[in-house]
Design a protein around this ligand. Structure first.
Ligand SMILES: [Zn+2]
Length: 397
């Protein structure tokens, strides 16, 4: 049973049937060419009254349900694909760690490095793989800086599907090893993530496969949404601020979608302030938020490879969700990111990859600038495991 009713274009508002295989709004994307932020990203729409009823009935039937069961149920009723298509590999239900040793006050750390392939991307891969199974498709293609690809490779392996990956040749070795060990076909692109994105789009045109390019398939945002739904259950409230590692903007959009859906369902009456933590060399979304005018990032070279993006695929939607949540973007240097990564490892026991540590660096930055209200509840999204990129810290002091 699913409460999914269709897609709505985030740009023009046109609606489409869930039975159509559509990546972008065909009207808004008429003139789209690879190398631009995606126009007309589709958002999933639900029967929100039906969801509110289902959640109320669950709470009456299981008043003492433990946290894991509550998270599973909420994610299931907010899911666009029936669970029967899900691969047999548990994703999500990651811990929320309360740490008092990082900042002298409580910080909530959502550690998604504990997903099967070591990153939050498993949430999106799970949903796209389930959709491929529903449609009877046997092959999925994706571009990635590394995490989405290693995730898709793992989840396709569990589902018995073929994964075809386009990744920059400079991606961290551990992520490339993951892609290979799970049996995916790896095409190394002599260029950036943006070049890999274009190559995967081209491949999809000539092959009978589903495309998992992030934001291009609407289920990538929808899958990442589950991290926000879990936070709502784990905190039993809406946090004041959520800091999110931001490259192409899709995790940011997914977190925003979680709280927007919860609000539409009547379960919450406010949404958190979302903060986009960006590397200073991959700051296109922050610049867009500041100026209101889109431009590619000037250069893309950062230790935080997962947020190293010149042309964020979800730039337009990311700007809207930042504005809607009264959020903002923050630029971090590689030194700030590495220092935050070390502090997290030493004081919280969590080893996350550099892009995840950008959230702690952004928190310190905001606190110094007086951007965080007193006694606010703060969540840092730690989206990937540190073992995915040991080179980044191998020789750091
Ligand atoms: Zn449209």
């Amino acid at each position: 049973m699913t409460y999914f009713t269709g897609y709505r274009c985030s740009n023009c508002g046109a609606e489409y049937s869930p039975e159509d295989l559509i990546y972008l709004c065909p009207v808004c994307a008429r003139d789209y060419k690879a190398g631009m932020p995606l126009p007309g990203i589709l958002e999933c729409v639900y029967d929100y009254e039906g969801i509110a009823r289902a959640w109320a009935e669950f709470n009456i039937a299981f008043p003492d349900a433990h946290e894991a069961k509550r998270m599973e149920e909420l994610c299931e009723i907010f899911c666009p694909v029936d669970k029967e298509y899900f691969p047999n590999l548990p994703v999500g239900k990651t811990p929320l760690v309360c740490s008092q040793s990082l900042a002298g006050e409580t910080l909530h750390l959502k550690f998604d490095g504990l997903n099967p392939s070591g990153s939050l991307k498993d949430r999106a891969s799970q949903l796209v793989v389930a959709e491929a199974k529903r449609l009877g498709m046997r092959e999925i293609v994706a571009a990635s800086t590394g995490n989405a690809a290693s995730s898709l490779a793992a989840i396709c392996a569990a589902a018995g599907l073929k994964a075809v990956i386009f990744a920059p040749a400079a991606a961290p070795e551990a992520k490339l090893v993951q892609i290979k060990v799970h049996g995916a076909k790896l095409n190394l692109v002599d260029g950036s993530y943006d070049d890999a994105f274009a190559a995967a789009l081209n491949y999809g045109k000539d092959h009978d496969c589903l495309n998992r390019n992030t934001a291009y398939h609407p289920f990538t945002i929808e899958g990442k949404k589950t991290a926000g739904l879990e936070l709502f259950v784990q905190m039993e409230s809406v946090p004041d601020y959520i800091f999110i590692p931001t490259g192409d903007g899709v995790i940011l959009c997914g977190m925003a979608k979680a709280f927007s859906d919860l609000q539409k369902t009547g379960l919450i009456d406010k949404v958190p302030v979302l903060v986009a933590a960006q590397a200073e060399s991959s700051d296109a979304i922050t610049s867009y938020w500041e100026s209101g005018v889109y431009g590619d990032a000037n250069q893309t070279r950062t230790i935080a490879d997962s947020i190293c993006v010149k042309t964020p695929s979800a730039a337009h939607l990311a700007l809207r969700v930042l504005q809607d949540s009264e959020g903002f973007g923050i630029r971090l240097t590689d030194e700030e990111i590495l220092s935050a990564q070390k502090m997290l490892a030493e004081r919280s026991g969590l080893f996350c990859e550099p892009s995840s540590a950008a959230t702690l660096a952004a928190y310190f930055n905001c606190r110094e600038q007086g951007k965080i209200k007193d006694k606010a509840s703060v969540v840092l999204m730690l989206t990937g495991h540190g073992l995915k990129d040991v080179q980044a810290v191998k020789f750091a002091d």
